[in-house]
Design a protein around this ligand. Structure first.
Ligand SMILES: [Zn+2]
Length: 622
């Protein structure tokens, strides 16, 4: 997953990798899961899960607590209600609710099926703490965003069984998904249809999100891969057609960058554009093996949307390399209700995020300067986290209270570990081997059906590269030494300089001047930072609470609107901000001016040595 960073609090991203097909394919009745998208009750959908007979005395039915790649405990079971266990005569059986996600049914031999109502996360307060791209939407007759882990559960010990998914849906809503519909049947009433999907195991159910909406789809071929783009834009501001050129250009460049690494022959990009308040409010994407769900604000203008989608969707697509292709046992044999975490988030999320930037400079989508700027922003923002925590330790414990707030750093320092390793490999190999070459070697050794033991990864990397790489990991990945970025940049003839540069009104790079008070939901100016020239001119002090800007009220919930609107402010216009300082409301006024601030920037050293320039070229263009 990747979350679009609006600056406030720690944003996150998800990755949803995993596994292989289970080889034992016995001919037995699949678990039948049915969703009724026609008879929607108060924004809720009935779901029925009908397994084959039980051989056990009792059974437990579960909705996932966690899904791969979210790295958070979301408890999708909390969105369900009116749970019923039904016997073969149609009577209700007694059951015990064990926790938010699990129900114990004693007389399993009599159990025919379970049924329950599912609420969507988008309508819940704060979306129930679930990232929108892993969330669910139920909007009768208009849109159903089916991240299926929010709808369909599993019985203990039956996750490897085949599933048949039957979705009854209004006639005029079509499925956006990378799944193939096995059959579509007309309903007896004639105003609805039933789509049937066959899945090899429970993991496939949750790895294949489906978005039902009015048709707005397009597709294109990139080499031998079909890319499907499905868009829901409630006010028709954007469409599959308007997003297609950007996505096509991006995926072509990614394929070119990857070269001979083999990947999927079908990939679906499902885009849900949110209306903002009262709708999905986390923006970003969650990846799956053959698709990604993207949630973005509909209000974005076309070019900003294009740019954000390029950064976000390219990240999801690169997950094909890792953890889809390269992953450990913890990822491969994922426990949806008691997950164990791998030590190697630097690889799964870090290297993926690094590639999502590297391919752009490699393929000429951005220039060197822009690439340095992005890496520099990651360095600056990553310094807000403890730089001495071993990355492997954090990764292994990412679900614990102590480390869960560090998660966002996997996209910052995680990516920078990837970059530093890339430069070091180029240095040791005289420019011939970079981190993409290493990934290809790892992919050949392991691959999607062959997970590694967490502890064998680093020795294997050393074996596939150079003995000196052991030291790199000892210091910067499993050790406590912060990466001396300047030393790595110096190898490529790049140096750091402090410069006065244009920044955002509320953001210096990815570093915000504001923060959120989660209790009062207020936007507060930070007390631990210098402000840009415009905020100084306006007279802002640390601790000031934003009430209104140019008459519009703001709080944490619409802070994105504030940042978006600020991009439209014009030099010389009158500007008023109402703030609260020491419990007193005040009006601050100024003419809008370009906000400037000092920033460390990275630039190429004039007249650098030839070997440094060669290393730089091998690194960025090789
Ligand atoms: Zn990710």
């Amino acid at each position: 997953m990747k979350k679009l960073v609006m600056g406030l609090a720690a944003a996150s991203m998800l990755f949803a990798c995993k596994t292989q097909k289970n080889p034992q394919a016995t001919i037995e009745k699949p678990v039948l899961a049915q969703l009724d998208l026609v008879n929607v009750e108060n924004d809720k959908v009935w779901v029925t899960v009908d397994p084959a007979e039980f051989k056990t005395e009792s059974t437990i039915f579960n909705i996932p607590k966690t899904v791969p790649g979210t790295y958070s405990e979301d408890n999708y079971g909390k969105f369900t209600e009116s749970f019923k266990a039904i016997d073969y005569k149609g009577n209700e059986l007694s059951f015990e609710k064990i926790n938010d996600n699990s129900y114990k049914i004693e007389k399993a031999a009599n159990l025919d099926k379970v049924m329950y109502l599912v609420n969507d996360s988008f309508d819940w307060e704060e979306e129930g703490g679930v990232y929108s791209m892993a969330g669910t939407n139920i909007l009768k007759d208009k849109n159903f965003l089916l991240n299926l882990h929010g709808f369909v559960g599993y019985f203990d010990g039956m996750t490897e069984k085949k599933y048949q998914l039957e979705i009854v849906r209004p006639e005029d809503l079509v499925a956006g998904t990378s799944l193939t519909i096995a059959s579509t049947k007309n309903s007896e009433e004639g105003n609805s249809k039933k789509d049937v999907y066959n899945l090899d195991r429970y993991f496939e159910v949750i790895d294949n999100p489906i978005m039902y909406s009015k048709p707005d789809t397009t597709s294109f071929m990139v080499e031998n891969m079909q890319v499907l783009l499905s868009v829901y834009s409630p006010n028709e501001k954007h469409s599959a057609q308007t997003l297609k050129p950007g996505m096509e250009k991006m995926i072509r460049a990614q394929k070119e960058f990857l070269g001979d690494i083999n990947s999927t022959d079908k990939y679906a990009i499902l885009v849900y554009l949110s209306e903002g308040e009262g709708d999905a409010s986390n923006y970003g994407a969650l990846e799956h093996h053959t698709s990604t769900v993207v949630v973005m604000p509909e209000s974005m203008d076309a070019s900003s949307l294009d740019k954000s989608m390029t950064d976000i969707v390219s990240h999801e697509f690169f997950h094909i390399i890792t953890p889809l292709g390269i992953h450990s046992n913890e990822v491969h044999y994922f426990d949806y209700n008691d997950p164990k975490m791998s030590k190697h988030l630097w690889l799964y999320e870090g290297v993926t995020e690094y590639f999502a930037n590297l391919f752009q400079v490699n393929q000429g989508l951005i220039d060197n300067k822009e690439f340095y700027k992005r890496m520099n922003q990651k360095i600056t923002t990553s310094k807000r986290f403890d730089d001495t925590v071993p990355f492997t330790l954090m990764s292994e414990n990412i679900l614990t209270d102590e480390y869960k707030d560090s998660y966002y750093n996997v996209y910052l320092k995680g990516a920078l570990i990837g970059m530093a390793l890339d430069i070091r490999l180029r240095e040791l190999s005289g420019g011939n081997m970079g981190i993409l070459d290493l990934m290809k070697k790892l992919n050949a050794k392991y691959g999607k059906d062959k997970p590694f033991n967490d502890d064998e990864l680093i020795p294997t990397i050393v074996e596939l590269t150079y003995p000196e790489i052991q030291n790199f990991f000892d210091q910067y990945v499993t050790g406590e030494t912060p990466i001396p970025y300047d030393e790595f940049f110096a190898k490529a003839g790049i140096e750091e300089q402090e410069q006065m540069t244009e920044v955002g009104f509320f953001l210096k790079g990815q570093q915000p001047y504001i923060t959120a008070n989660q209790e009062t939901m207020q936007i507060v100016f930070r007390g631990d930072t210098e402000f840009n020239t415009f905020l100084k001119e306006l007279g802002i002090e640390g601790g000031d609470v934003i009430k209104r800007a140019n008459g519009e009220e703001y709080n944490v919930q619409n802070v994105y609107e504030l940042i978006r609107k600020s991009q439209e402010w014009k030099e010389g216009d009158d500007f008023t901000m109402t703030i609260v300082r020491n419990e007193e409301e005040m009006q601050l006024k100024a003419k809008v001016s370009t906000p400037m601030d000092t920033q460390m920037t990275l630039s190429e050293v004039q007249n650098a040595d030839g070997d440094k320039i060669e290393l730089r070229n091998a690194w960025l263009k090789g």
